[in-house]
Design a binder for this molecule. Structure first.
Ligand SMILES: [Zn+2]
Length: 135
């Protein structure tokens, strides 16, 4: 199953992403269908379908990374707030069955927009660069 998993392919560098952060355990990259500019995903490099499957120490490290990246996203995107979301199962809206956490910049009086529109890769790379600079 990990052979065909999109996020495992990213972890193995078989597919390109607008990378924000990575180490041997986790990776953070931009969602290519952003709900707002700077919408970032943080995922373990190892394949787990749901949060229930992730060992405690790994889930702890994953969320430490989420916090670190969320601060950089908020700062670089000048967001008023940040929504952090994590979906498990089709009923919750999970689309990619490899655990990941959404970091979504939010602004006063502005609901998230442009759902499900694939963003331009060059635009994403520019945004990723801004966020990386704030890390
Ligand atoms: Zn995977």
């Amino acid at each position: 199953m990990t052979e065909t998993c999109r996020f495992c392919k990213l972890a193995r560098k078989e597919d390109s992403m607008s990378l924000i952060y990575e180490d041997d355990k986790v990776m953070a990259f931009l969602d290519n269908r952003p709900l707002s500019e700077g919408h970032t995903l943080v995922a373990p490099k190892k394949h787990y379908e749901y949060i229930y499957d992730v060992p405690d120490d790994e889930v702890g490290y994953l969320f430490q990374t989420v916090k670190k990246v969320a601060i950089a996203v908020k700062k670089s995107m000048k967001a008023d707030g940040i929504t952090i979301a994590q979906n498990n199962g089709r009923a919750s809206g999970q689309i990619i069955f490899h655990v990941h956490v959404h970091i979504i910049p939010r602004y006063e009086g502005r609901p998230p927009s442009r759902p499900y529109e694939v963003a331009d890769k060059q635009d994403l790379d520019e945004v990723a660069k801004r966020i990386r600079y704030a890390l």
